[in-house]
Design a protein around this ligand. Structure first.
Ligand code: HEC
Length: 239
């Protein structure tokens, strides 16, 4: 009887070990790294700041070998007056991550810049146009699902996004109105680029930039996608 008991224990341990091996074959988390700027260098007011990002993913490949699709690498840029505001902002970014991820996955930022015009109206101009319109989130949400033509000029149209749920599209519209009207917030696509820091004003002699780079990998057969992130905080250098 005792022997049977210990046999069961051994089988149990082997089972746990096998389950562990299976888990270990799961998709790995990509390593995203903001190479420049360095946190220690801080930032200068009213200046061009260059950034570069690297991505390493066991399954998708390495950005240095051009194995990572550049349009899937994103940088969130936000100016904040101090660490207290930054903590609140970063908490909010975690809460908003699922809508941000669906905006990225649906290639919304490939046509819409936040403040910089690419192919489509910027989110800033969409926010300006609709932020005072009542019940606008539902209306814009259904436009996002159905596609749009003729509102912003005849030459362009937005494709439909039939896979989005009504709720997801409403959350997207809220995100667009909120962040589009924020001049201290921007999103950049790609592994490198530049952005202009804000001007120092009398009431803002100190400040911080929060830079969050992210990459969502392709998972294994499109499943179990994992996101890698890197946060760098830049403090204002003296004027
Ligand atoms: C292929 C480019 C393209 C993609 C991808 C794209 N859009 Fe658009 N979007 C446009 C164009 C062009 C317009 C302007 C259409 C018009 O004039 O009616 C537009 C308009 C909009 C509008 C304003 C609609 C209105 O009635 O004024 C919103 C909101 C919007 N897009 C959100 C999104 C979201 C969210 C996504 C991702 C799910 C997305 N777009 C993806 C090109 C695109």
């Amino acid at each position: 009887m005792k022997r049977i008991g210990s046999l069961f224990i051994i089988l149990f341990i082997v089972g746990i070990f096998q389950a562990f091996v299976v888990v270990r074959q799961n998709n790995n988390i990509p390593i995203v790294h903001i190479i420049t700027p360095f946190a220690k260098d801080g930032f200068k007011w009213d200046a061009q700041l260059a950034y570069s990002i690297s991505v390493e993913d066991k399954e998708d490949g390495l950005s240095k070998y051009e194995e990572i699709t550049e349009s899937e690498v994103f940088l969130k840029i936000k100016f904040l007056p101090d660490s207290q505001h930054r903590a609140a902002y970063e908490k909010e970014q975690i809460e908003e991550n699922s809508v941000y991820t669906s905006l990225k996955k649906n290639a919304c930022f490939n046509c819409h810049g936040i403040h910089t015009k690419i192919a489509a109206p910027t989110y800033e101009s969409i926010a300006l146009k609709y932020q005072k319109t009542p019940d606008v989130f539902k209306k814009l949400g259904s436009k996002i699902i159905q596609g749009s033509k003729g509102v912003w000029g005849d030459s362009q149209m937005m494709p439909s996004h039939p896979d989005l749920s009504a709720n997801e599209s409403i959350e997207m519209a809220k995100w667009i109105i909120k962040h589009g009207s924020d001049m201290d917030f921007d999103i950049r696509v790609g592994l490198k680029g530049m952005f202009k820091t804000r001007k120092a004003s009398n009431d803002k002699t100190h400040g911080q930039y929060s830079l969050i780079a992210s990459y969502l990998d392709h998972g294994i057969n499109g499943k179990d996608n994992k996101e890698g992130k890197h946060l760098v905080v830049l403090n204002s250098a003296s004027k």
